[in-house]
Design a protein around this ligand. Structure first.
Ligand code: NAD
Ligand code: TYD
Length: 351
């Protein structure tokens, strides 16, 4: 199986992982296709993530909502899209606890709209999902593809619901689909609400580092560039109707992640390591906080020849370096200047 990937619709391409995927695509000589990036530019979407990284001849930005059927249909038809990669989503568990409605619209209804459009046009659909759909593990074991879903947060429930739609649209309507379930990502351009960039920027600013519970919760960490390469391998080589786990083989407690991050900050910023340590503050736990996630990613390694390439401490160092070297990005995120940028540059759906 080799898909042509000629005319891609990438949704959520101004977010953390979608933008890394687009940068990765345009960085490859063997990618000769075009990309349409459909993004609503929520608080998490940042067009600057793609500055200088795309070939303008082969790239189009469309400001719009994946849950808007007319907008999606227009994009699919006018660009003759052959492949949809759906990164667009509301993604932060804490936000989903306080305001789940937006998660239902973007994550569930949005996926429905995209699937209907693929059903209509015959395009292939790839769903970017998460390991969180499988629920929480105890101290042992790892989730395999095909394990039952047991989502615990509103975020995970909307992602699991969307995955069910994807499966049903393949089974019932014959839509060509693939799905990937990835573990926690880290790297450049991640919005500072997630663990690593939040701790990193607080550490640089001398602010408290809020650890939920006792900091013993375990996540598996993967560099965002490795995620992008895994998605590309699936798009190119996976049969329709298959789902794939993507993981970093890098399980760490939150306190271990924080310790490694503070080491990197102390070395590169530089800062006094003990002073950084003193910022750690244990706070009330997240409601329903999943204890541990881990995925068994041996299938993608064996069948598609993908494996994580970025070693965690090296990836953390390069991530810290990126944030230190891009103070304007951090300032932009803080002050919301990207929304003003949007009003200046993309006052209408562009072509
Ligand atoms: P992000 O929050 O950084 O970016 C999400 C992007 O989607 C933003 O650009 C936002 O503007 C856009 N968006 C949101 N709702 C939209 C809508 N209705 N229509 C169009 N665009 C919309 O998210 P991320 O961390 O880059 O995550 C991308 C995908 O990867 C998500 O589907 C998420 O569930 C999945 N995922 C993330 C992680 C992780 O560690 N961050 C791990 C596994 C899977
Ligand atoms: P997060 O980055 O929100 O990703 P997810 O909840 O999708 O895994 O959180 C990663 C882990 O870090 C999770 O166990 C919650 C914890 N955490 C904190 O301890 N403090 C924080 O301020 C944040 C944002 C997360």
């Amino acid at each position: 199986m080799t898909r042509p990937l000629s005319r891609l619709l990438v949704t959520g391409g101004c977010g953390f992982i979608g933008s890394a995927f687009i940068r990765r695509l345009f960085g490859r000589e063997d990618f000769t296709g075009s990309v349409v990036n459909l993004d609503l530019l929520t608080y998490a979407g940042n067009p600057a993530n793609l500055d200088g990284a795309v070939d303008p001849e082969r790239y189009t930005f469309v400001h719009g909502d994946i849950a808007d059927a007319a907008c999606v249909s227009d994009v699919m038809t006018s660009h003759n899209i052959d492949t949809v990669v759906n990164f667009a989503a509301e993604t932060h568990v804490d936000r989903s606890i306080h305001g789940p409605g937006a998660f239902l619209r973007s994550n569930y209804e949005g996926t429905f709209v995209l699937l209907q459009a693929c059903r209509e046009s015959g395009a292939h659909f790839h769903q970017i999902s998460t390991d969180e759909v499988f629920g929480s593990l105890g101290d042992d074991g790892a989730f395999a593809e095909g394990d039952p879903f047991a989502p615990n947060s509103p975020y995970a429930a909307t992602k699991a619901g969307a995955d069910h739609l994807v499966r049903a649209w393949h089974h019932t309507y014959g839509v060509s689909v693939t799905v990937s379930h990835c573990s926690n990502n880290y790297g450049p351009c991640q919005f500072p609400e997630k663990l690593i960039p939040l701790m990193l920027l607080n550490a640089l600013g001398g602010k408290p580092l809020p650890v939920y519970g006792d900091g013993g919760n375990v996540r598996d960490w993967l560099h965002v560039d490795d995620h992008g390469d895994a998605v590309l391998a699936i798009l190119r080589g996976a049969d329709a109707g298959t789902s794939w786990n993507i993981g970093g083989r890098c399980e760490r407690t939150n306190l271990q992640v924080l310790g490694a991050l503070l080491d990197a900050v102390a070395e590169q910023a530089p800062r006094d390591r003990d002073a950084l340590e003193s910022l750690i503050t244990f706070v009330a736990d997240r409601p329903g906080h999943d204890w541990r996630y881990a995925v068994d990613c041996s299938r993608i390694e064996a069948e598609l020849g993908w494996a994580p390439q970025v070693e965690f401490s090296e990836g953390l160092k390069s991530t810290v370096r990126w944030y230190l070297e891009h103070p304007e990005w951090v300032e932009g995120v803080r002050s919301g200047v990207y929304r003003q940028w949007l009003e200046r540059n993309y006052t209408q759906r562009s072509e």
